[in-house]
Ligand binder design. Structure first.
Ligand SMILES: Nc1ncnc2c1ncn2[C@@H]1O[C@H](COP(=O)(O)OP(=O)(O)OP(=O)(O)O)[C@@H](O)[C@H]1O
Ligand SMILES: [Mg+2]
Length: 296
């Protein structure tokens, strides 16, 4: 490798992760558009398929149920699943005065996903880096959220370019929730996600362990099918809290498949999964409030 190439590589490696990636006029527009949103929360994971979209949707529903004005923005361009989970596939958001109105799903909950803006949801989006970043920027400044207590972002899986640019595009994010499962890969995966947040100076609200166990419906014994301890170890190392352990539950699987998660979380208060999710939302509200109080 030539000297000049080596120099360039070093420059790239040492550049700050916090360097703004949006050109100033857009950065200002995004900031203006989200100025009445109190807490912006990103839900991330080190790998795909761990239940990130489910956790994002569940948290948003539960915060809304607790009375907080909440928004949920699905920023997973290639695999948006929020509309399916919430049963709003095919809903078309209105545009008013050049701004997109999110779908009002419940009294306190507004939702938007890129999927709802597509002509044909069966065609894959083949955008590459800059175009994706442009689309995300536009969604951030063209959606009329109004005033919100919480805006929850469902990010694409992993800790690669996309979550990185999204984390950089969202102004003043108040925290990340890291979702993981207890599989053998979990330790590495959570560590990666934690390091990603540290690099981005994104405060971590805590870890949610999904698919933690299966509770026998007959005897009530908890079977930890995917093992245990991996997330706990990372939580202890980085002094983080495990905010919830969510079981694998057939009712949940059914609700996610049939788009009836809102009914489960909003109306089935006695369901064990609903109770865990509501408790999780309470903890998030408490943690963000503490964070606010600790601010100078
Ligand atoms: N606790 C659970 N109990 C039963 N099924 C679950 C549970 N959590 C997630 N699932 C199922 O696992 C699958 C993956 O969930 P989800 O789409 O939320 O993951 P994800 O991390 O967002 O995936 P991706 O990386 O593709 O965005 C879904 O089919 C969902 O129905
Ligand atoms: Mg997802």
């Amino acid at each position: 490798m030539s000297q000049s190439q080596g120099g360039k590589k070093d420059q790239i490696r040492v550049r700050s992760f916090r360097r703004p990636v949006i050109p100033p006029p857009y950065a200002k527009q995004v900031e203006d558009n989200l100025k009445d949103v109190k807490y912006k929360i990103a839900v991330i994971s080190g790998k795909g398929g761990v239940g990130k979209s489910f956790v994002s949707a569940a948290i948003a529903l539960a915060l809304a149920k607790l009375g907080y004005k909440t928004g949920l923005l699905d920023l997973d361009i290639h695999g948006p699943s929020i509309p399916k989970i919430l049963g709003i596939r095919g809903f078309k958001p209105y545009a008013v005065e050049g701004k997109i109105e999110p779908i009002q799903l419940a009294e306190n909950l507004k939702v938007l996903s890129l999927e709802l803006l597509l002509e044909d949801i069966n065609k894959p989006i083949v955008w590459r880096g800059p175009l994706k970043s442009k689309a995300i920027t536009e969604l951030l400044y063209m959606t009329r959220w109004g005033s919100l207590d919480y805006l929850v972002f469902d990010l694409p899986p992993g800790t690669g370019d996309e979550p990185l640019s999204i984390a950089q595009l969202v102004p003043d994010p108040r925290g990340a929730i890291i979702v993981t499962t207890p599989s053998s890969l979990a330790g590495t995966v959570v560590r990666k996600a934690v390091e990603f947040c540290i690099e981005l100076e994104l405060p971590i609200i805590g870890i949610v362990e999904n698919m933690s166990y299966f509770k026998c419906p007959v005897c009530g014994t908890k079977h930890r099918i995917f093992g245990e301890g991996a997330a706990k170890e990372v939580a202890e190392t980085y002094n983080l809290e495990i905010l919830a352990e969510i079981p694998i539950h057939p009712d949940l699987s059914k609700a996610l498949d049939t788009g009836t998660l809102p009914q489960l979380i909003l109306y089935q208060e006695d369901h064990e999964v609903t109770q865990i999710i509501i408790e999780l939302a309470r903890k998030i509200a408490e943690k963000t409030r503490q964070q606010e109080e600790a601010q100078p």
